[in-house]
Design a binder for this molecule. Structure first.
Ligand code: UT7
Length: 333
């Protein structure tokens, strides 16, 4: 059985920068509140004339392929993670496949929200190690600015989430020295309603969105922020230690932790709890806010560009989010 390795990473963010001050003009909030509670300074909002979840994913994927020294025609499987798919169905995986002109190549959609990229990476890893596919595109892409209620009513979430896309190329390798070591996935559906968007529809709701549902606020996403925070600060270290333990490593062996970017305070809490120095945790939430399934691949791509991901490094990815779901991946780069 072969191993799998990440051979290229890339990201794409829309050009339009929305600062905290811009949001101050649209709702009762302050730059100080947002920075203090989340660390976010600005985020990107998509351009409706230019960007879709699928095209943003394709842009990130093309860069990842280029950095891997590959052509789009080398791809034999796509795993696409998003909570903000272009259509309710079909998923965005097939739309990105069309965008990349890869007819016939299978495309699988993953709906695991903030943990989506690691779940998708795990799927790619299993398929590559089983020998079924050799070159897999793993993509996380989100347009959340259209889902948010950008007003005082929706401010608890609207100031946090942003748009963007990231991608990784996962390839088969015989080289055990540079590979994905393991992935660890978890979920606890007892907390499904703590971070959710009820509408539009869904079989549980039983019918499609009506004017009454919109007026009742059902179309707005809902988050019990403090509850999510409380679970996140426990699950993050737990799932990172799980990955380290599974491979016989300790936290001091880590070269870089790339956590999901939900809140700078969460990541700082995890860093301190694990006794990691600042330079061993990568954060870019200040610039992009929370881009859900895209946050880890965007951060990984930026960390790679900054030279903070070098061959031989021990890299850990970790996420927590809606579901609840949480996950980690340990990589010998
Ligand atoms: O990626 C998915 C996973 N998501 C997360 O990990 C998010 C986890 N949770 C969090 O990051 C934090 O809970 C938040 C950043 C969402 C909120 O921070 P918090 O310190 O938990 O604030 P809070 O929700 O307890 O709200 C505190 C106050 C409230 O006012 P009162 O009731 O104390 O008068 C809110 O109404 O802040 C108010 N508030 C705001 N004020 C200004 C809520 N949103 C805003 C806002 N601007 N945007």
């Amino acid at each position: 059985m072969s191993h799998s390795r990440i051979t290229g990473v890339g990201h794409y963010v829309p050009e339009r920068v929305v600062t905290n001050r811009d949001l101050e003009r649209r709702m009762e909030t302050t730059d100080a509140w947002i920075r203090e509670r989340t660390g976010i300074q600005e985020r990107r909002f998509f351009d409706p004339d230019q960007d879709t979840v699928a095209t943003m994913g394709a842009n990130a994927a093309r860069l990842a392929l280029q950095r891997a020294g590959l052509q789009t025609s080398d791809v034999d499987f796509i795993v696409f993670a998003t909570l903000s798919s272009d259509y309710y169905f079909p998923g965005s995986g097939v739309l990105m496949q069309r965008e990349l002109a890869l007819p016939g190549i299978p495309a699988l959609d993953v709906r695991m929200q903030c943990s989506g990229f690691i779940y998708a990476l795990s799927v790619a890893d299993q398929f590559v190690r089983s020998g079924m596919y050799r070159t897999v595109l793993v993509v996380g892409s989100e347009i959340q600015s259209t889902i948010m209620n950008i007003s005082t009513e929706g401010r608890a979430m609207a100031v946090i989430f942003g748009d963007g896309a990231g991608a990784a190329v996962v390839q088969a390798t015989e080289d055990a020295g540079h590979r994905i070591l393991s992935t660890h996935l978890h979920a606890d559906g007892r907390f499904a309603e703590e971070l959710m968007q009820k509408e539009p529809g869904g079989s549980r709701v039983g019918r499609w969105m009506t004017r009454e549902m919109v007026e009742a606020g059902g179309a707005d996403p809902y988050m019990n922020g403090p509850a999510v925070f409380k679970h996140a600060v426990v699950r993050f270290p737990e799932v990172i230690y799980e990955a380290l333990d599974a491979n016989g490593y300790r936290s001091e062996d880590l070269d870089l932790l790339v956590p999901h970017q939900a809140n700078l305070r969460i990541n700082e809490h995890v860093r301190q709890k694990m006794g990691l120095p600042e330079e061993k945790v990568f954060n870019n939430i200040q610039k992009y806010g929370n881009t859900t399934a895209a946050s880890i691949p965007i951060a990984l791509s930026e960390a790679w560009e900054a030279g903070r991901v070098q061959a031989g490094n021990l890299i850990c990815l970790a996420a927590f989010g809606s579901g609840f779901t949480w996950a980690s991946a340990l990589i010998r780069w």
